[in-house]
Each structure stands twice: as structure tokens, then as C-alpha cells.
Design a protein around this ligand. Structure first.
Ligand SMILES: *Cc1c(COP(=O)(O)O)cnc(C)c1O
Length: 410
């Protein structure tokens, strides 16, 4: 049987150990929700202070050139590219994930004239599906959304499909698609493959170029620690950049924005996928989060993430037998960086955990979701979280009335 002392020894020997101190985390708090909102990197506040007081306060409009605000989207994009296996010039930081899904699905369908089907699965995050539904409502017969079970996605790709759209890791269960095999199947049928990396970027190594991915989007405020509402990113493989036509053709994606031509003409390269002005403050914060990730060895991050999840599963089985259904895959290869437990009273149990300074989140209808972020989550945190969960179950503290009312955000 594992002991807490053994886990403390693992933490002491952990090559990622020093990273925890790079984040602001209250003593005694076990934060297992970095998959929804990453923790605050220690140097972000000073960097933002500088952007506000010097770059904005003093340099004012000259900052667009002097402090390269205008180049931020591609600069931060290239840095994110290093985390997701994308060579330079293929990633840009812009807009939100939802908006980037819209832009790239529309562009993907346009790349496959005569085909109208956007194929996705029931495990995909709803906003991705909603954006396709919205696109279909303006594209009429030109776009149809087809949904299948996630395990059936590859088998459902045929020559009617213009674009396969899915999220690599199921946000609710942690189940992970086989990116190489799915991309290959899409290409064999002549379809464009669009990956949502919201639960991948910064969570484990991704190899977009190596698998021959076409398009991807992802989120800045989760594993990249960019802060609430941080801008998102998008990837367009070099081979598609000259032909892709962004449907949201804004001026900063124009070839010569400051010529103020009356007709849109797309910029060369990834920049054409930008619409408008970058949110400088939020992007500066995101860059801080990405910079910390870039210092870490992603292979080590992955190794520890798998070990933390395996430990979590094992402790729940050993110490709370029969109390929860373990939903997250046991096979590390088929799993993202989260552990998911199902319980009929999941919502109330999550509230009781929060009151005990363990922060997971709840995903309807019955899932307790624990995000594992190896830069700041320790092995002993998993032990302590399961201990506190056990105490809550034994004393049934989750039955308290204050844990029953649902807040707006779960
Ligand atoms: C979190 C998440 C999003 C979020 O989209 P926003 O536009 O940033 O709100 C999109 N897709 C997936 C898969 C997510 O997990």
C-alpha cells in the first residue's frame, strides 16, 4: 500500500519540483482545476504592471511599433507552436476558441467544394458544435453538421465529409482520440482535419506537423495559464495558408491594413486568419504563462501527469472502494490530463471539497473532474485530496444545504 511519505519522496525527486514556486498558490490549497483556469504565474503581475504603466501609460500609441504590440499575435503564436509541435509561422494567437472554430470550419468547408458535411462526435465540447450550427444557419444547404459517437468517428469519415472537427481530449471523461490515426483517416477520404486542443496544449506534447494536421484551435486560459478569458490560438499548416480564405475578413488580416483599401485582400501567411486588434493586456498575460511552460520538458510533464492520474485512480479504489465510478480511461495513452469520477451527488460533493480547500469542478450530469497540472500539482496533493474526499464521504458533509444550490458556473 502506498504511503504519504513515499509520495513526499517522489515530490522531492521530481524534476519539475521547482516549477510550483513559479505560481501563486495559497498554502493548504489543492488546486485541481488548472484544466478550466490555470494558476497565476508569479511574474505575470509585474509584467502586466510594466505593460500598463510604461507601454500604455508612457509610450501610448507608439507601443504598436516600439514595443511590438502589432507583432504579439504571431510572436505568442510561435511560442505556443513550440508546445504543440508546429514549426514557426503556422500559429497565431487571436480571438476566442469558439470564434476560431467558426473561422476555420468555414474556411475548411470552402477548401472542399462540393462537400458539405462537418463531421464531429458526441464527446466534443458543445461550443464547437454550436459554432457549426450557427455557421449552418447562415450557409444554408452548404454546411451540415453530422454527429456520431466518439469511438465511431474514424469509421464515419467518407467522401461527403469536408471537415472532421473534434477535441482531442473529451472535456468530460478525459478520453483521448488517436490524433495520428484520425488525421490519416480524414486525409484518406479527402477531408480536412480540424483539432480542438483546448485540453491538450500545455497538458502534454502535441505533434501537429508530424501527424500532418491541417488546422487546429486551442485555449489560452487552461493549461497555458494565460488568465481568465485569455485569447485563444489557431494553427493553419503551411501548405494551406495560401489557399485558405478567412470568412471573418477583418482589417488586421488584410495584406496592407494601413493602406486602407476599400477591398479586402488577405495577407500572406498565418496573419490572414486574424480579424482585428489584439487584446494587448490579456495577450501579455498569456505570454507569461506560455513562457513558463516553455521552460518545462513536456515529456516530463506528460510522464508526471500519467503518474498522478494512475495514483489518483489507485487511491480512490483502495480507500473509497465502490463509492465512485471511475470514468477516466485507465490506459494513460488514451487519457488526457484529468481524472473523472461519477457520483449521483457529484455537485454537492464538489462543493464540499471546495469548502475543504480542494478545488476540482463539476460537469453535468454527475462528474467530478480533477485537472492535473504537473507544474504545480504534487503527488502529496493527490493523497491529501483523496483523504479529504474520504472524510467528506464518511461524514456525509456533502448533505449540508449550502452545498446543494447550483451556482451559474459549475
Ligand atoms: C474551454 C473550451 C473551449 C472554450 O471556448 P471559449 O471560446 O474560449 O469560451 C472551446 N473548446 C473546448 C474543447 C474547450 O474545452
Amino acid at each position: 500500500m502506498t504511503t504519504r511519505a513515499e509520495l513526499a519522496a517522489l515530490d522531492a525527486a521530481d524534476p519539475l519540483q521547482s516549477f510550483r514556486d513559479r505560481f501563486v498558490l495559497a498554502d493548504g490549497l489543492i488546486y485541481l482545476d488548472g484544466n478550466s483556469l490555470g494558476a497565476l504565474p508569479r511574474h505575470t503581475a509585474a509584467r502586466l504592471q510594466d505593460v500598463i504603466t510604461r507601454e500604455w501609460g508612457q509610450d501610448l500609441i507608439t507601443s504598436w511599433n516600439r514595443n511590438d504590440w502589432i507583432g504579439m499575435g504571431t510572436r505568442v503564436g510561435d511560442k505556443i507552436g513550440r508546445l504543440i509541435g508546429a514549426g514557426p509561422g503556422q500559429v497565431v494567437c487571436a480571438d476566442s476558441t469558439s470564434i476560431n472554430v467558426f473561422k476555420l470550419v468555414a474556411a475548411a468547408v470552402a477548401l472542399r467544394p462540393g462537400r458539405t458535411v462537418v463531421l464531429s462526435d458526441h464527446g466534443n465540447f458543445p461550443t464547437d458544435l454550436y459554432m457549426v450550427q450557427g455557421l449552418a444557419s447562415i450557409a444554408g444547404q452548404g454546411v451540415t453538421l453530422k454527429l456520431v459517437d466518439e469511438g465511431d468517428l474514424i469509421g464515419a469519415i467518407d467522401d461527403t465529409v469536408a471537415c472532421v472537427l473534434t477535441t482531442e481530449v473529451n472535456y468530460r471523461t478525459g478520453w483521448r482520440h488517436d490524433m495520428a490515426a484520425t488525421t490519416k483517416a480524414a486525409h484518406a477520404a479527402g477531408a480536412i482535419m480540424l483539432w480542438d486542443l483546448a485540453h491538450s496544449a500545455g497538458a502534454f506534447p502535441v505533434h501537429l506537423d508530424a501527424v500532418g494536421a491541417d488546422l487546429a484551435v486551442g485555449c489560452g486560459y487552461k493549461y497555458l495559464n494565460g488568465g481568465p478569458g485569455a485569447p485563444a490560438f489557431l494553427y493553419v499548416a503551411s501548405r494551406h495558408q495560401a489557399t485558405i480564405r478567412p470568412p471573418l475578413s477583418g482589417w488586421l488580416g488584410h495584406d496592407a491594413p494601413f493602406a486602407f483599401d476599400l477591398t479586402y485582400r488577405p495577407a500572406g501567411g498565418i496573419v490572414r486568419n486574424v480579424c482585428g486588434t489584439p487584446p494587448v493586456l490579456s495577450m501579455a498575460a498569456l505570454e507569461c504563462g506560455v513562457d513558463v511552460m516553455l521552460e518545462a520538458d513536456m515529456a516530463e510533464v506528460r510522464r508526471k501527469s500519467v503518474a498522478l492520474a494512475d495514483l489518483f485512480h489507485q487511491l480512490v479504489e483502495d480507500r473509497l472502494p465502490g463509492q465512485f465510478r471511475i470514468i477516466s480511461p485507465r490506459d494513460g495513452d488514451r487519457r488526457g490530463s484529468q481524472v473523472c469520477l461519477a457520483h449521483d451527488h457529484g455537485y454537492a460533493i464538489v462543493q464540499a471539497l471546495v469548502a475543504a480547500h480542494v478545488i476540482p469542478d463539476f460537469r453535468a450530469p454527475d462528474i467530478l473532474r480533477f485537472g492535473l497540472t504537473p507544474l504545480y500539482v504534487r503527488y502529496v496533493d493527490i493523497w491529501d485530496a483523496v483523504e479529504r474526499l474520504g472524510a467528506i464521504m464518511a461524514a456525509e458533509t456533502w448533505r449540508r444545504p449550502e452545498f446543494q444550490t447550483r451556482a451559474k458556473v459549475t
